[in-house]
Design a protein. Structure first.
Length: 201
């Protein structure tokens, strides 16, 4: 029996075959996208249930399903974050640095830079964490993650005894980001810092 793709009428594909090909052309990307979304959802579920290696595998599969999609980019971000929870800070940092370099204008770029700081801080590399947080503040001033990043910088400076610098940073958060979710913590930390400053005089 001849294949449908080999049957031609006057050198032109029959109407029925043409319709099938057109439908496949439009349906295939939809199925592909749904498959990638399912993989991404599966990865998120694995992450939430602390199955981190399974999450990484599913995120990687989502990337391979459509490497140029936004879901693939978000999967890259999530793989790096998962390595943080696996306590593999060096891999986490390397992946986030690659992410920030490859996608500097993406909405997750600032958060990637913030995670770099978090991973350095967790690993005890305070100077590297401070530098990473500084990049968030200087390069992504309008990103919602900035108040939280400034707060981390203030806490580092308080631990280093740089109380005045920390107080300035806390005030910047209060004045520049009054609606930030972290405001209650900022206010409490600022009050303690001012109290210590007053008692030291």
């Amino acid at each position: 029996m001849a294949s449908v793709f080999s049957v031609r009428v006057g050198g032109v594909l029959p109407y029925r075959v043409t319709v099938v090909l057109v439908l496949l052309l439009f349906i295939s990307p939809v199925v592909h996208a749904r498959s990638q979304d399912e993989l991404f959802s599966q990865a998120k579920t694995s992450f939430k249930t602390i199955q981190y290696n399974a999450a990484i595998e599913a995120y990687q599969a989502a990337i391979e399903a459509d490497p140029k999609s936004d879901t693939a980019i978000r999967s890259e971000f999530e793989i790096a974050r998962t390595y943080y929870y696996l306590m593999n800070m060096d891999t986490c940092i390397s992946l986030y640095e690659a992410f920030a370099a490859a996608h500097p204008a993406h909405s997750l770029a600032a958060r990637a830079q913030k995670w770099i700081g978090d991973a350095h801080l967790f690993a005890g590399r305070t100077a590297d964490a401070e530098a990473a947080y500084g990049k968030v503040v200087s390069q992504y001033q309008d990103d919602p993650i900035v108040p939280e990043t400034l707060y981390e910088l203030a806490r580092i400076h308080l631990r280093k005894g740089l109380r005045d610098k920390a107080i300035d940073e806390l005030n910047v958060i209060l004045q520049g980001y009054p609606d930030a979710a972290i405001i209650p913590q900022v206010q409490a930390t600022l009050e303690k810092a001012k109290a210590k400053a007053a008692s030291a005089k």
